[in-house]
Structure formats: C-alpha cells, structure tokens
Ligand binder design. Structure first.
Ligand SMILES: NC(=O)c1ccc[n+]([C@@H]2O[C@H](COP(=O)([O-])OP(=O)(O)OC[C@H]3O[C@@H](n4cnc5c(N)ncnc54)[C@H](O)[C@@H]3O)[C@@H](O)[C@H]2O)c1
Length: 363
C-alpha cells in the first residue's frame, strides 16, 4: 500500500495513554529522535494498576524532555471527556495522533465492562470526532488537520483463530472477550471515519508486549511479584499456550515507523475517496511455549539477583485450566509491516526478559 511521508520534526504530536507502558516508551523515543515541536501526553492515570508506576514513567519522560529540544506537555484527563479532548485539539492542533489510551486486559473486562465502553468506545469515538473537526481551509486553499491517526488495536481480535500465523486478511468477527470486541470496533469506526472524512488512519494489532516498567497485570510481571513474595503462580491451560511475545522496543520501533508513513489519499472509480486506512500486526512472528517463557524468566530473575539460585520454582507453580476470554495461541504474520515499513520485531525473549529482570532488581 502506498504511503505518504509524515514529517515529525517541528510538529505537534498527541500521544494518549502516555505515561502508560507503551506510551511512555514511545514518548521517550520521540523526545530523543525528534527535532523541535511539541509532544502532548494525555492520560487519566487511573488505578487499574499501581499509579505510582505511571508516575515513575512520567518522571522518565520528564528526564528525557529536559535533554530534548522538543517541548513536552502532560494533560491529566480522560479521553471519554469530550470537552477536554476537543479543547486539547483546539488549543494544540496536533498533526499526528497516537491513541494508546484504553482499558487493557482481557480478564478485567469480565468484572468491569463499563470502563471498556467508556474508554475504548466513547473515548476512541471522541478522538475520531476531534480528528474529523481538526480539518480547516488554510491560506493556501488546502484542507489541513490531523495528518495521521495511529491507534492501538490488539492481537486479541483474532480470538480463537485456528489458522496460524494470524494475518490481517483473516476474518476476525468472533471476539471472545469484551476487550477484543472494543478493539475490533475501533478498527471498524476508524474505517468509517477514514472513508467519510478522508482521515488517514492506521490500526496496530500489538502482540503481548513486555519489558522493563511494564504492566503489573501481565503474566511475566505478576509472576515475578508472586515468586518474590513466596506465593504460587498459576499457569493457565496447563502450560499449553503459545504467545507471540513482543519486546517493547520492537513495538516502539514499529509505531515510530508507522507514524511517519500514512496511507495515501486516493479516489476510487466512483470519484469518491477510498478510505486511507490500514491495519498491521506488530508481533515477533515466533510464538514461544509458555513453559519455555517461564523457564527463561526464572533463569533471568536468578541471574539478576531478584531470586536466589536455590529458589524452589516447582513448589511455587500450579498448572490450572483455561480462563474465560483467553486464547491458546497467538502468532503474528508480520509480512505486511516488513513490506510497507521495512521492519519485523527482532528481540528474543532471553534478551527481553533479561532487561526486565535487571530493571525489576533496581526498581
Ligand atoms: N501491552 C500489551 O501487551 C498490549 C497488547 C495489545 C494491545 N495493547 C494496547 O496498547 C495500548 C497501550 O497498552 P499498555 O500496555 O501501554 O497499557 P497501559 O495500561 O500501561 O497504558 C494505557 C494507559 O491509558 C490510560 N488510560 C486508560 N483509560 C484512559 C482514558 N479513558 N483516558 C485517558 N487515559 C486512559 C491508562 O491510565 C494507562 O496509562 C492499549 O490500547 C492496549 O489496549 C497492549
């Protein structure tokens, strides 16, 4: 698919969901790589997991901003607050919008559905509306507004897809969790807005992202906390799971490249705009067996000095059945990302979990 280069230097970029895990890493990368311009972080700092970790990441962002010639502004608020979203767009007129703010997690959506509807559906709709209203006629007779909307989707949209690897050409109409249903809905809404208002948009289906200062609700992190506390970790589906784990730096590299290449605006045979719309997988394309991942995590926790060498791992694990909403395998077909952006995630679990364990030791 043809792409239009989007210049980031000296532009205003809005990243929602920063200082979330992926958002903080992305903003730090932008502050390091860009010249001039402004980055706006927008996050409600909710307590789905310990907000102290978000404050810690915000501190890292502020440190990076001090060394950068790019201005950083943090807005605390919810994307479900239409007035605040509209005010932010009117005041700062972002050229590129990266929407990472969302209620994540498959299991939490079973007991807390409301927050998924508020953040992932109403919040995303507010972002789309603000993008639509960003366009205005400039002095050189051109309509200008948001040049590229990039947003987080998820590998969970593939549900129980049997065909591997998962391709963005596969039919994904059978979500098995509310979380997955909201992410698929985001893709549908974005398609409609791209078609109706010619807004270039790219959805990114992230595959199990991990790394330093990651999310404590995710397995590698919560398992580490439990093992340190001497508790037992539950291994779901008796360990018969395969996950395409993706290290956060690879995700950031993918998002950074995608931000700079927007789907081209073109007219179809009917003279009407074709939707400048795309969706990509970002995943390593090398699914790991859950038990191998756990063994590597254990080795790296010992190596980093988080746990003693004689730790009895066998006594602290329990094999249990599958949880509702979970899927047995995730496996990304990353060919399209390689073709259009020249990038495939590269960092293996040994290197990635080592970095996580070393960070955890020092945190
Ligand atoms: N980490 C993964 O493995 C993974 C996989 C697939 C998709 N994703 C998606 O990537 C995005 C980022 O994920 P993450 O792992 O960094 O999660 P995260 O929870 O660390 O980050 C999300 C951030 O969004 C904020 N937020 C939530 N609702 C908000 C709202 N209504 N208004 C403003 N801010 C709000 C949270 O406070 C949090 O800081 C999410 O959209 C998530 O669904 C993540």
């Amino acid at each position: 698919m043809s792409k239009v280069h989007v210049e980031l230097n000296n532009k205003t970029i809005l990243v929602t969901g920063s200082p979330g895990f992926i958002g903080a890493n992305l903003v730090i990368r932008l502050l390091t790589e860009m010249t001039g311009g402004t980055i706006i972080s927008f996050d409600n700092m909710n307590d789905y997991y310990d907000p102290a970790l978000k404050e810690y990441r915000l501190g890292l962002i502020e440190q990076a901003a001090e060394k950068s010639n790019v201005k950083h502004i943090f807005i605390r608020g919810s994307i479900a607050d239409k007035e605040l979203v509209d005010k932010t767009f009117a005041e700062y007129r972002p050229s590129v919008v990266v929407n990472l703010a969302a209620q994540a997690g498959v299991r939490y959506s079973i007991d807390h559905p409301d927050v998924y509807i508020a953040s992932n559906l109403i919040g995303f709709y507010n972002i789309l509306e603000a993008c639509r209203n960003s366009y205005s006629l400039t002095s050189d007779e051109e309509y200008r507004g948001v040049e590229h909307l990039v947003y987080a989707s998820s590998s969970s949209v593939y549900g129980g897809n049997k065909k591997v690897p998962f391709s963005t050409d596969d039919k994904v109409d059978n979500p098995v969790s509310l979380y997955a249903a909201t992410k698929k809905s985001n893709e549908l809404l974005a398609h409609a807005y791209s078609k109706l208002y010619n807004i270039p948009s790219t959805g990114l289906r992230f595959f199990t992202v991990y790394g330093p200062a990651g999310r404590p609700d995710m397995f590698y992190y919560s398992a580490t906390q439990k093992l340190v506390a001497g508790e037992t970790i539950k291994i779901f589906n008796y360990g018969n799971c395969k996950r395409d784990f993706t290290y956060v730096d690879d995700i950031v590299e993918g998002v950074f490249r995608v931000m700079q290449g927007a789907p081209e605006k073109k007219n179809g045979e009917d003279g009407l705009p074709l939707p400048p719309y795309a969706v990509y997988n970002i995943g390593g394309g090398q699914p790991e067996n859950l038990l191998d991942y756990i063994s590597t995590l254990q080795e790296e926790l010992v190596r980093a000095g988080v746990l003693p060498a004689d730790y009895d791992f066998e006594a602290h694990r329990e094999l249990v059945g599958m949880q509702p909403g979970d899927v047995p395998v995730t496996f990304a077909d990353s060919e399209a990302l390689e073709r259009d952006y020249g990038f495939t995630p590269k960092i293996g679990i040994r290197e990635g979990l080592r970095k996580f364990a070393e960070w955890y030791k020092n945190y």
